[in-house]
Design a protein around this ligand. Structure first.
Ligand code: FEO
Length: 162
């Protein structure tokens, strides 16, 4: 049985994961506008992953017999100017998601909800990967910068292979 308090937090996490996908779609749209279709593709793949994260949590709750009442998804909070802005915003957002998962994990431990603790193990690992991958992209991008030179085009082509 999932504890009532963690179940409520997990339903909220579904919303955060769907919002993440919506945010990444906004990043993809930003890059489409700058003719960087590889970056756009990268973030659309990321958006699809976020949808899968939401579905994973939904299935867990449904399997355990918990109702899943969905709330509204907020408008993506973006103020993007420089072509590196989404990369930094993505890392910041993933750090926020990691903190959110860790808060639920902490609550599950506190109320001895072992089922949720075990379920969230995968998300803890996934968040470490998400943050590392967002940081790696920033590191690579910072060697190149925004000028539409050969380096940026090469990175764009590479990202289109994801
Ligand atoms: Fe589902 Fe990128 O965290």
């Amino acid at each position: 049985m999932i504890h009532q308090e963690t179940a409520i937090m997990l339903v909220e996490q579904i919303n955060k994961e769907l919002y993440s996908g919506y945010l990444y779609m906004a990043f993809a749209n930003f890059y489409e506008g700058r003719k960087l279709s590889g970056f756009a593709h990268w973030y659309m793949v990321q958006a699809a992953e976020e949808y899968q994260h939401a579905m994973k949590i939904r299935s867990f709750l449904i399997r355990s017999g918990h109702p899943v009442a969905l709330g509204a998804i907020e408008k993506p909070n973006t103020s993007l100017n420089d072509c590196g802005d989404p990369l930094h915003a993505a890392l910041k957002h993933e750090q926020y998601i990691t903190a959110s998962i860790e808060t639920i994990y902490g609550k599950a431990l506190e109320v001895k909800d072992h089922l949720t603790v075990e379920f969230l193990d995968w998300f803890i690992m996934e968040q470490a990967e998400e943050e590392a991958s967002a940081q790696k992209l920033i590191d690579r991008f910072e060697l190149i910068g925004c000028e539409t030179g050969r380096g940026l085009r090469m990175l764009d082509r590479e990202l289109s292979q994801r």
